[in-house]
Design a protein around this ligand. Structure first.
Ligand code: FAD
Length: 457
């Protein structure tokens, strides 16, 4: 072990430095599928600091020793970003767990970065307010959500996590503590380091505190499950809904076999009985009439596009159950999944992209269950273990990536690069872009101690 464990104990306290492997096993993995998850290194010291000052002390020590430091939030990432792949320090943010303030006057919440997302949502809701983005894993930490600029189902109306971050406290690898932004709606003070930190994947600093903007709570909502006999009719309805002037909170696309698997996995029942493909449309408004009017408009469009049935859930618990089934698709498929892809194409190209994924699946004699955020062009093709067993995983993934790029898309829309996406970034020939990113990394982290081998091509 290269790091000074005695010094680490002085910084965070005896109880918060763990060196025994058997006491840290669950910290050495994340939610990445087994076939692509990186191997954790052999000699790892797990530290659990409780403040930005303690983190500054750890980073100063590590920077002096040139010891790698890996950051771990909730461990729900699915591209291998939280796994310590070199001997060194694994820094868990779990003790930074205070919800400091829900500020109703400024419509902001101030949270430490190790607060689980679900706990923050509850505090905001208890204050009668609303945090719009909803990435599916409520056990993710808010720091991890910012570090990866998570998206989720509600991005269509309100945007992704980035759109709600107003302030950050960050400890940079050389040990200084930065305060970026604040409870401010306007801020033009120099280059925007706040937004540089969002989606930096833990390569520029450890996020220790976040200020998010909040919204007033809508008073009414309704969730439509629109059933179709085929996927094309479902997907073709999406641009028409958006052109109609109704902007739903979410429009998700999912197929019957996949969503039923998720419901069974949870011991729940998917409410729709007809159709093979579904749009899940969540509508919100300030009155029952407003939601009803939007529902009428959306229903009319879907009927003109060949839907076979429409279910409307109005009770909160019913709507929450539907969202839960949609959000838990990955865990239900996980044991057979070799990798969950995260491609994003221009929204109007989503149908073409899905056809191309199907065509690739046929050619390789496999199935690639694909579902996603139909309103914003972000799709999650699930590449299955049979391809890994036949040695074809990389080849198939690259074919899918190439199709997405041909359509003007990217290989990750919300999950980030982690370790898993890095080998395929050569598909983007723009060398100068990567060179500039590496230059930024050098400025923040001259010794490359933070998350080495992760998130940077
Ligand atoms: C069931 C399920 C559903 C999901 N649904 C969605 C979804 O809808 N949309 C979506 O975008 N993602 C989704 N995800 C992926 C995952 O929840 C997100 O990527 C989330 O942002 C990860 O947060 P975390 O705290 O678990 O981070 P971790 O997995 O712990 O870490 C992820 C990366 O962020 C870095 N990091 C973590 N905390 C910090 C910090 N404080 N400072 C700096 N760097 C840090 C880590 O080093 C690592 O590289 C889902 C995952 C699961 C398992």
């Amino acid at each position: 072990m290269t790091t000074n464990v005695t010094r680490l104990r002085e910084i965070v306290g005896e109880d918060w430095v763990i060196t025994r492997r058997e006491q840290m096993e669950s910290y050495l993995v994340d939610e990445t599928a087994l076939a692509v998850r990186p191997e954790p290194a052999k000699n790892v010291v797990l530290v659990k600091p409780a403040s930005a000052a303690e983190i500054a002390g750890i980073l100063k020590l590590a920077n002096g020793e040139q010891t790698p430091v890996f950051i771990r939030g909730g461990g729900t990432g699915i591209c291998g970003g939280a796994v310590p792949t070199a001997d060194g320090i694994l820094l868990s943010t779990e003790r930074l767990d205070k919800i400091e303030e829900v500020d109703r006057d400024n419509l902001m919440v101030v949270v430490e970065s190790g607060v689980p997302f679900g706990a923050m949502l509850k505090a905001v809701e208890d204050a009668g307010l609303f945090f719009p983005p909803h990435p599916g894993a409520e056990n993710a930490h808010v720091g991890g959500l910012v570090a990866l600029n998570a998206g989720g189902v509600r991005a269509i109306k309100y945007g992704v996590i980035r759109n709600f971050v107003k302030g950050l406290e960050v400890v940079v690898p050389t040990g200084e503590i930065l305060t970026l932004g604040g409870k401010l709606l306007k801020n033009n003070q120099g280059l925007d380091l706040l937004h540089l930190m969002i989606n930096s994947g833990g390569i520029l600093g450890v996020i220790t505190k976040v200020i998010f903007r909040l919204c007033p709570r809508f008073s009414h909502s309704g969730t439509l499950i629109v059933s179709y006999d085929n996927r094309h009719d479902a997907i073709d309805s999406v641009p028409k809904i958006l052109q109609s002037g109704v902007i739903p909170l979410a429009i998700e696309f999912i197929e019957r076999d996949v969503v039923e698997m998720s419901a069974t996995h949870l011991g729940m029942k998917w409410p729709a009985t007809k159709g093979q493909a579904y749009l899940l449309v969540i509508l919100t408004g300030d009155s029952e009439d407003e939601v009803y009017a939007q529902g009428e408009k959306v229903s009319g469009i879907c009927e003109q596009n060949g839907c076979t049935d429409i279910l409307i859930a109005e009770r909160r618990e019913e709507q929450a159950a539907i969202l839960k089934i949609r959000s838990e698709v990955y865990p239900s498929l996980k044991k057979n999944v070799a990798d969950v892809l995260d491609i994003t194409v221009p929204p109007a190209s989503i149908g073409i992209m899905m056809d191309r994924v199907d065509e690739i699946a046929r050619r390789y004699d496999t199935t690639i269950p694909t579902y996603g955020h139909a309103g914003d062009g972000n799709l999650h093709p699930h590449v299955m273990n049979d391809l890994a067993e036949r040695g074809l995983l990389r080849e198939v993934k690259r074919e899918i990536y190439q199709e997405a790029i041909r359509l003007g898309g990217v290989i990750t829309g919300e999950h980030g690069l982690g370790t898993v996406r890095l080998p395929d970034l050569d598909l983007y020939p723009d060398g100068k872009t990567w060179e500039l990113m590496r230059g930024i990394k050098n400025v923040f982290d001259p010794n490359h101690i933070l998350n080495p081998g992760i998130g940077l091509y």
